[in-house]
Design a protein. Structure first.
Ligand code: FES
Length: 128
C-alpha cells in the first residue's frame, strides 16, 4: 500500500520529540479519523532553527510529519507557511487516495505552530 519513502519515514521518522520552551506549538486533529499531530518550533531571526513533532496517528500521518519537518527546517517562516499538503504528498512520492487527508495534518500543524509563535512574539512586543 505504501511506497518505500513513506515506509522509510514511518519506520525511521526524523525530528521526533518535543522542544522545551518552544517558541511556537501547534496541535491539530483530523476530523476524519481523530488522529493528532503536535509540532514544536524553535525560531531565531525568522528562521526555523529546530522543529520536533509528536504524532498519534497512522503511518501516513507519521511519514507526513517526518518529511514536513525536514522540508521546513532552516527555512523562513514565510517559506514554511507556503508549504501545502500537496508538497508533502509529492515529497513522499505519493500517498494512497484515502490517506491524503493525513498529509493535510502536516500543513495545518506547521501553520498552527507558526500562528502560536506570532501570537507569543506579539505579546512580548506589547509587554516590552
Ligand atoms: Fe488519520 Fe492518517 S488515518 S491521519
Amino acid at each position: 500500500m505504501y511506497n518505500e519513502t513513506v515506509m522509510e519515514h514511518f519506520t525511521n521518522p526524523r525530528n521526533v520529540g518535543e522542544i522545551e520552551d518552544a517558541d511556537g506549538v501547534g496541535e491539530v486533529g483530523s476530523p476524519q479519523c481523530g488522529d493528532i499531530m503536535k509540532i514544536f518550533l524553535r525560531i531565531e531571526d525568522n528562521i526555523i532553527k529546530d522543529i520536533k513533532f509528536k504524532t498519534f496517528g497512522c503511518a501516513s500521518a507519521i511519514a507526513s510529519s517526518s518529511i514536513m519537518t525536514e522540508m521546513v527546517k532552516g527555512k523562513t517562516i514565510e517559506e514554511a507557511l507556503s508549504l501545502t499538503n500537496r508538497d508533502v504528498v509529492d515529497a513522499l512520492g505519493g500517498l494512497p487516495a484515502p490517506k491524503v487527508h493525513c498529509s493535510v495534518l502536516a500543513e495545518e500543524a506547521i501553520r498552527a505552530a507558526i500562528e502560536d509563535y506570532r501570537k507569543k512574539s506579539e505579546g512580548t512586543r506589547n509587554s516590552g
